[in-house]
Design a protein around this ligand. Sequence first.
Ligand code: PAF
Length: 281
Amino acid sequence: MQTVTTIEELRQARQHLPAPLGLVPTMGYLHEGHLSLVRAAKRACAAVAVSIFVNPTQFGPQEDLDRYPRDLPRDLALLEAEGVDLVWTPTPQIMYPEGYQTWVTVEHIAAPLEGAMRPGHFRGVATVVAKLFNAVQPDRAYFGQKDAQQALVIRRLVADLNFPLQVVVCPTVREADGLALSSRNVYLKPQERQAATVLYRALTAAQAAYQAGERNADQLRQVMQSVLQQEPLARPQYVSCAKLDDLQEWQGEVSGAALLSLAVFIGQTRLIDNVVVGGEF
Ligand code: PAF
């Protein structure tokens, strides 16, 4: 496994990798969710590259950029054990040198949900992902369904800017009690960790209602709300039943694929999760 930092080193190393090349973009502090993406890339690609970069431009001024967990030596050991070929660990100065002023903005699909709650977030994500794609030039890029809107924004970006690569979205990896794996789970105190299972309980309750025949969008949102209300440590930010293709809220009857999603504060920690009903991601 080769580890590089500068864009020149990356380009040099990339030349020697066989096609197809899979890229797994990450912000580090890797967990089984990231490793499932690496394994999916290993299965389908001749070579696998991983980027590790805590992207400052996707964090809001009041968000957790400074305390976002980092452990590069551990990340590198995990990636080595998975048989990754190339790891790119650029610095903020490499990605955003002085005078930097070019941004990628994806419009409608980035506007609701996370986009509404975290202004500027998807501008930062789209910009850094476009830069990662330009630098690495992968044939396939791997993202987790846990960040469902991010995956849809990146699919749109790839289509609109004609990046010659396939976006692969892999299933959310969960703890045994249903909590979706996230680097931010490390912030949860023991009692909060227990309370955090309420996200998946709310989603699976709505999924069960859908499977039992419920098609009213308000009812499905209400099922999630009422489960969340039973958890005193949970402060919901949004609860959504949206069309999977454009993320507009379903009104009245759900007659196609729906993304059931939510964002919930458990103490100071903001968690998101989702499931799809009536279709596939
Ligand atoms: O999902 C993430 O870890 C980040 O948003 C990504 C895609 C690596 C861009 O910084």
